[in-house]
Design a protein around this ligand. Structure first.
Ligand SMILES: [Zn+2]
Length: 264
């Protein structure tokens, strides 16, 4: 599912510009506003959930060209990584402002471009399928970006059978800080397929711990439970942890140990 704002189209259901998601092939949408005519409720509204609508032959303007332009994401990632080296000071400031360990952050092949931190997103082919940009807590995607997961270099380097799944990049970085092998969904409901693919193709993964953001509308938890359900179907042992603070990063920030976070 892609955000209408990233695609620069109106939601085919409510015709508003933001807050809704559309399937890559245009066959379905999750509208955050309109329940009428939907087949089921997904999540709890807001940007990550809403009402699932089957669209039949809907083809938004942008999808008239069936394929996205072939962007060489790898090339951009390399270029941005070089630019990061030239903007170390600014990068340091950003890490400080969002309370992130730069060493762990650097495991994500991040870069810098025009005042934004850039973070590659990996798709089903295990290749970079898009780039998220970040300025403080503001997130955007580069044009034509695909969705997927945040994956650290040396994925699953710790000798353990557990994979941590988080929502968003900063929490993925924090999970590494807590000593986990980690992978991050781009948001509560996007990245499940990729998580499962990465988990299944790594022989050591047996258990998956999924950290759910503790937001008021319950979107984080709903998204985490969806991930857990899909992993259970594939035979993984799963555990969903709803963070006491708003997210994992905040838990780390207030000094919680991992045992306090997972509740044992
Ligand atoms: Zn809508």
């Amino acid at each position: 599912m892609l955000r209408t704002t990233d695609l620069n189209i109106l939601c085919p259901v409510c015709e508003k510009r933001d807050g809704c998601l559309v399937a890559d092939d245009g066959s379905a949408a999750i509208c955050s506003r309109k329940s009428e005519g939907s087949v089921k409720k997904v999540g709890k509204g807001g940007f990550h959930g809403g009402y699932l609508h089957i669209l039949g032959d809907f083809k938004p303007q942008k999808y008239k060209t069936p394929k996205k332009p072939d962007v060489n994401w790898n090339k951009w990632t390399v270029k941005f990584a070089k630019q990061l080296a030239e903007n170390r000071k600014e990068f340091g400031k950003l890490c400080q402002s969002i309370n992130l360990n730069p060493i762990s952050a650097l495991r994500f092949y991040i870069g810098w471009h025009k005042g934004w931190l850039t973070i590659p997103v990996y798709g089903m082919t295990r290749k970079i399928s898009g780039i998220q940009r970040r300025q403080g807590n503001t997130k955007r995607y580069m044009k034509h970006s695909g969705m997927g997961v945040f994956v650290p270099s040396a994925f699953f380097q710790n000798p353990s059978d557990t994979l941590a799944v988080t929502e968003g990049w900063t929490d993925t970085v924090t999970a590494l800080e807590y000593g986990y092998n980690a992978i991050g969904k781009v948001n509560a409901f996007v990245g499940n397929e990729e998580v499962i693919m990465f988990a299944r193709t790594h022989p050591s993964v047996k258990r998956v711990i999924i950290f759910a953001d503790n937001n008021v509308d319950g979107v984080g938890l709903a998204g985490a439970e969806e991930t857990a359900e899909l992993l259970n179907e594939k035979g993984f042992t799963t555990k969903v942890v709803l963070t006491v603070e708003k997210d994992l990063r905040r838990c780390k920030q207030v000094g919680m140990t991992i045992h306090e976070v997972i509740g044992k």
